[in-house]
Design a protein around this ligand. Structure first.
Ligand code: CUA
Length: 354
């Protein structure tokens, strides 16, 4: 008898723990919006763009339905455990035995069927709505290509190539100027995820996936690769820079320029072009046309280096060139064994690429 009581208590405790965890999850969902206002914190509970908003609404509905099912089932269970618990004198008697009940069996077959049917309908409506969206003529088109471990970003119609920071214009409330993004991979599977803007979409070798975003509020939206892709998967960060239309146009005009040629950095230019930097990097309007690493034409217009692993400051640029592995172990940029003087010259030259 003691053993049974002990088992009941264990079960009750497990149930209470589960209810507590569920409450925490729901609670976090409600306080998270406060956290999301802090810069740099991403939250799926505080979406600032379609389709993330639509996905959040759906997930709350699903959570509510599942929560209601949990409360009913757990409530009945707790009721049965307490109401029919073992009592002194039970040893001699047997509880009433019920064999089959058409009503009960029909109820617990049809009700779940209906619930699942509702879940299927609302989910497929949202999926269709997100995936069948057609690009309006005003849309911006970008291609994002995942590499180990950085993001190549191309705007084929605008003739722009950049890396790790995707610039997009704001959309009006009606989503009048969304950005449609083609996702490709140069090596292994990656996943593009900017939680405040949209759900995850994978970048798969030999395949092209599509997604779109329509943010309305200017700002910098951090995201990251969400599919394990090797050693530096955790430092494969992406930033989406949402700008008002005129600011975005200015950025486009700047990016369309060829690389600046400044006589002040002639030494560094020479060192850069004398080394194999040019085999991997492109600087438009120069012999450097490598495609393996990020395009450096407007390197200084970006706020980070190495896909968000370091801020784009002269100091970290120096460290990055001297020994890339010290910032990002396993990254595919080799140590070029430059002397300190050469590193300083190359940094000075890269600083001119505005
Ligand atoms: Cu790319 Cu994980």
């Amino acid at each position: 008898m003691r053993l049974r009581l002990y088992r009941h208590r264990k079960m009750l405790r497990a149930l209470l723990l589960f209810a507590f965890v569920l409450t925490c999850v729901v609670f976090v969902g409600h306080v998270e919006p406060v956290l999301a206002n802090t810069d740099g914190v991403t939250s799926i509970f505080h979406p600032l763009s379609q389709p993330a908003q639509e996905i959040k609404e759906l997930s709350l509905l699903v959570l509510a339905i599942c929560g209601a099912i949990f409360v009913v089932v757990a409530g009945l269970l707790v009721y049965a455990i307490i109401r029919f618990r073992h009592r002194a004198g039970d040893e001699a008697s047997e509880p009433p035995q019920v064999y089959g009940s058409n009503q009960i069996e029909l109820a617990w077959t049809i009700l779940p069927l209906l619930i699942v049917f509702v879940l299927i309908l609302v989910t497929s409506r949202t999926i269709a709505d997100v995936q069948n969206r057609k690009a309006p003529p005003s849309a911006v088109h970008a291609t994002v290509i995942g590499h180990q471990w950085w993001w190549e970003i191309r705007y084929p119609e605008l003739g722009i190539v950049t890396a790790n920071e995707l610039h997009v214009p704001t959309s009006d409330g009606g989503g009048s100027r969304p950005t449609f993004i083609k996702l490709q991979s140069a090596d292994v599977a990656h996943s593009f995820w900017v939680p405040l803007l949209a759900g995850k979409t994978d970048l798969i070798p030999n395949r092209e996936n599509l997604m779109w975003i329509a943010p309305t509020r200017p700002g910098i939206y951090p995201g990251n690769c969400a599919e394990y892709c090797g050693t530096q998967h955790a430092r494969m960060l992406i930033r989406v820079v949402v700008q008002p239309p005129d600011e975005f146009q200015r950025w486009v005009r700047d990016q369309q320029q060829s690389a600046a040629i400044e006589t002040s950095a002639a030494e560094g230019r020479k060192t850069f072009f004398a080394n194999s930097c040019v085999n991997c990097h492109t600087i438009s309007g120069t012999p450097a046309q490598g495609k393996f690493g990020p395009d450096l034409t407007h390197l200084m217009s970006r706020t980070t280096l190495a896909a968000g692993a370091a801020p784009n400051t002269p100091d970290s640029l120096r460290q990055w060139i001297r020994d890339p592995q010290s910032i990002k172990v396993g990254c595919l940029m080799p140590n070029m064994q430059l002397t300190d003087a050469e590193v300083d010259q190359v940094v000075a030259y890269l600083q001119t690429l505005k």
